[in-house]
Design a protein. Structure first.
Length: 163
């Protein structure tokens, strides 16, 4: 039996739609060098970040949620399609990591999003994110080398699926 969401039971983790007012704080969260390295991403500059979120917020097929704890914005989580496959992705600000927030947020998103299968990718070295996904029922199906792009660092990625 999965323990998805149980670790942070004492925290009041909630999801709500991402609002325009969240974007300045989410921009700062994604600029964290430690988080970017962990996720093997290149942080977006401000115009690219705003352009990305404008597309996200105007795409009714994307489920984009702000993660809050005790009413404080601590990250974001989403479900989106790439090449006809549905994916989840999430990010929690550095000072809030390691408290079970991502696991609880993913559990809440999975209650909201009924689509299956859902896919996820995580840098192979991002063991914390892989554990979050596995706690919520995602199964590791393999690894794939991903070359560097303008947005992503070259890395070995873990591929996971929730059926």
């Amino acid at each position: 039996m999965s323990s998805c969401g149980r670790r942070s039971i004492s925290l009041s983790v909630r999801l709500r739609p991402v609002a325009q007012a969240d974007l300045p704080e989410l921009f700062e969260f994604q600029r964290d060098p430690e988080g970017a390295q962990m996720a093997a991403v290149v942080p977006r500059d401000h115009p690219s970040f705003l352009s990305h979120w404008e597309k996200v917020l105007n795409d009714p097929s994307v489920v984009a949620r702000a993660i809050t704890v005790e009413g404080v914005l601590v990250g974001d989580i989403s479900c989106f399609s790439i090449d006809a496959a549905d994916f989840v992705g999430y990010s929690v600000a550095r000072e809030h990591r390691g408290r079970g927030i991502a696991t609880r947020a993913l559990s809440l998103l999975l209650q909201e999003v009924a689509k299956r299968p859902l896919h996820a990718r995580a840098a192979r070295h991002n063991l914390a994110s892989i554990r979050v996904l596995e706690r919520c029922g995602f199964v590791l199906v393999g690894y794939e080398h991903s070359p560097a792009t303008e947005r992503f660092l070259a890395c070995e990625e873990a591929l996971l699926v929730l059926r």
